[in-house]
Design a protein around this ligand. Structure first.
Ligand code: NAI
Length: 291
């Protein structure tokens, strides 16, 4: 029975996953090195929960129950009694490996250690552990509380038991599971690379501006968000890193080649909604395109 959840990284994904687990009745500890990220996650949950109460989606007792289920901690050691940990920190293999090694020294042998990575190899993350059979990919989509699908990715080292418990746990959180092989980008992020990649190339070649591309994909393509809106939503830093990782992992297959525009946006700090400016400008509460 998986009841105690440790989440590592209180950013966009970690805070969303914490909300999902707490709503399902789990006791959650949300860890981040950065106190500001913890404060932001707490404040943002309060806002989301208040809105849900106002809309009549949940009772205020339910709001209080969910919020009570989450504690915010600034030491990895606090996650020692977890049944399952899900890591959602920066998309960097070396940093993830270091955190996993430290984490394993605190948790019990029965604890499942999962990563929410979008594109890194679960096998290589697992290899940092003394007991790699306990490692699995559990990949949520953004925003985690709203997106139904979760990819569960066993590495070649992952035990059948760990895969089974992971699938059952995520289903008990009212999500739909797709089990994917441990290949770059898994299912969705691999399919999504050309969606962003071609849109960026069309923009760079001057065939259309990004507002027009977004408009076309929404009105004719039936997408809820155009590729540029989606890149701003995901974060241009995160999305660029994922593209670069998938490109490298596929031995530089040109189908996955990153675009310079995306790299420049990431370098400039034009990360999208989270920094108030990306392809669109979100700073004054209105959304208008950057020149
Ligand atoms: P984010 O930048 O919003 O949050 C990352 C958090 O991790 C930050 O609060 C940072 O302070 C913290 N952090 C960094 N290094 C740390 C460390 N060593 N120990 C503890 N905390 C640390 O990033 P986001 O978007 O939440 O992504 C996190 C992971 O989830 C990445 O692996 C990403 O590829 C994956 N992911 C992202 C999605 C997205 O749409 N943004 C969707 C699905 C997966």
């Amino acid at each position: 029975m998986i009841k105690k959840i440790g989440i590592i990284g209180a950013g966009t994904m970690g805070s969303g996953i914490a909300q999902v687990a707490a709503t399902a009745g789990c006791v959650v500890k949300l860890f981040d090195l950065n106190q500001a990220a913890l404060d932001k996650a707490k404040a943002s949950l309060e806002k989301i929960m208040t809105r849900l109460v106002e809309k009549g989606r949940i009772e205020s007792e339910e709001k209080m129950r969910i919020q009570r289920n989450i504690s915010y901690v600034n030491s990895l050691k606090e996650l020692a009694d977890s049944d399952l940990t899900i890591e959602a920190i920066v998309e960097n293999l070396d940093i993830k490996k270091k955190v996993f090694q430290e984490l394993e020294s605190y948790v019990s042998d029965a604890c499942i250690i999962a990563s929410n990575t979008s594109s890194l190899s679960i096998a290589s993350i697992a290899s940092s552990l003394q007991n790699p059979e306990r490692c699995v990919g559990i990949h949520f989509f953004n925003p985690a509380p709203l997106m139904k699908l979760v990819e569960v990715i066993p590495a070649i080292q992952t035990s059948g038991e760990v895969l089974k418990i992971s699938e059952e746990t995520i289903k008990s959180w009212k999500k739909v599971v797709a089990v994917a092989k441990d290949t770059p980008g898994f299912i969705v992020n691999r399919v999504a690379r050309p969606f962003y990649g071609e849109a960026l190339r069309i923009y760079e070649e001057g065939i259309a501006d990004f507002v027009t591309i977004d408009f076309a994909m929404k009105s004719v393509g039936g997408f809820k968000m155009g590729p540029f809106e989606l890149m701003d939503f995901i974060g241009n830093d995160v999305n660029y890193t994922v593209t670069e990782t998938v490109f490298t992992a596929f031995y530089y297959d040109p189908r996955y080649k990153p675009a310079f525009t995306q790299k420049r946006f990431a370098e400039a700090g034009y990360l999208g909604r989270k920094t108030g400016r990306g392809f669109y400008d979100y700073s004054e509460g209105t959304v208008r395109p950057e020149p």
